[in-house]
Ligand binder design. Structure first.
Ligand code: NAP
Length: 283
């Protein structure tokens, strides 16, 4: 497995396993199979409702804690954010059954962002979280957070896939020392991604699937990817991307698929802000 080095020196696998939308009752099996397939980075969130099942799979795997890279996410909390962030952190840690996290992400750029961030900075300083970061931050919000706080986010996890490539955002983040991580790397199959002609043609040259081309393209750009699958054969397929390399011409051809806009929703849409702020996550 290749790794990237975060701004604070922490090593992060460039490919991991995401568990969004895996029902809690299926998550322990899926994570057990993902660990057996070789994944060591696991990406969950308090809002996914499956942290406990991730924790059981981790415990039963017997894999030493230091060989794993565990990420979970803080949901938008009520004020006072300081108190609620620490409470939410303890709940997530308890759910996962571990005594530190490798990466704790602020899940949404809403609510008392500064209160949440300062509490997360405290957890980072105490060593209870090796790195802290954010998700779904536009670059202006990201820079605002960086310039007005002591610790800069080590990671920004954002929608990134062949139809929304985030190249300029990645460049800005690189300049600021923030690692880009892709969510929805397959666009959850939207736009017929898995049967895309260009991606299939490129894959055929190497005996690789569209999924493998997409993950190779992301990681070759230096983007950390966390594909989700509930199927063991796809988990194995998705991690088998380190034995081929896309050419500059192929990277340039894939760049033409970019539409420059989201296939999911715009985090700046007021209706979305309302909807996400109305969601409550309890343990
Ligand atoms: P995704 O990884 O883009 O796509 C998952 C879909 O692709 C599933 O339907 C899966 O089906 C299918 N799939 C997986 N491997 C495949 C393969 N080799 N061939 C064909 N189909 C394949 O979607 P995502 O789960 O939304 O994103 C990945 C992770 O990012 C999440 O799990 C989560 O950890 C994170 N995320 C974060 C945020 C955020 O706000 N921070 C938002 C969304 C996601 P099967 O399961 O049936 O195989």
């Amino acid at each position: 497995m290749q790794h990237v080095t975060l701004s604070n020196g922490v090593q992060m696998p460039i490919l991991g396993f995401g568990v969004y939308q895996i029902p809690p009752e299926d998550t322990e099996r899926a994570v057990t199979e993902a660990l057996a397939a070789g994944y060591r980075l696991l990406d969950t969130a308090a809002a996914y409702g499956n942290e406990k099942a991730v924790g059981r799979a981790v415990k039963n795997s017997g894999i030493p804690r230091e060989e794993l890279f565990l990420t979970t996410k803080l949901w938008v909390q009520d004020a006072p954010a300081q108190h609620n962030t620490l409470r939410a952190f303890e709940v997530s840690l308890g759910n996962l059954g571990v005594d530190y996290l490798d990466l704790y992400l602020m899940h949404q750029p809403y609510g008392d962002v500064y209160g949440q961030w300062r509490a997360m900075e405290g957890l980072n300083r105490e060593g209870r979280v090796k790195a802290i970061g954010v998700a779904n931050f536009s670059t202006d919000r990201l820079v605002d957070l960086i310039v007005n706080n002591e610790i800069a986010p080590a990671v920004n996890q954002i929608e990134t896939h062949p139809f929304f490539q985030r190249t300029a955002d990645q460049e800005l983040m690189r300049e600021r020392g923030v690692q880009i991580q892709s969510w929805g790397g397959f666009a959850e199959g939207k736009n017929d991604l898995f049967t895309n002609h260009l991606l299939a043609e490129i894959g055929a040259e190497y005996g690789k699937s569209v999924a493998q081309v997409v993950l190779r393209w992301l990681t070759q750009r230096g983007v950390v990817a966390i594909p989700k699958s509930v199927r063991a054969e796809r988990m194995a397929e998705n991690i088998d991307i380190f034995d081929f390399e896309l050419t500059d011409d192929q990277m340039a051809a894939i760049a033409t698929l970019d539409t420059g806009s989201t296939l999911f929703f715009d985090h700046r849409d007021p209706a979305m802000v309302d909807w996400l702020a109305g969601r409550r996550v309890d343990g």
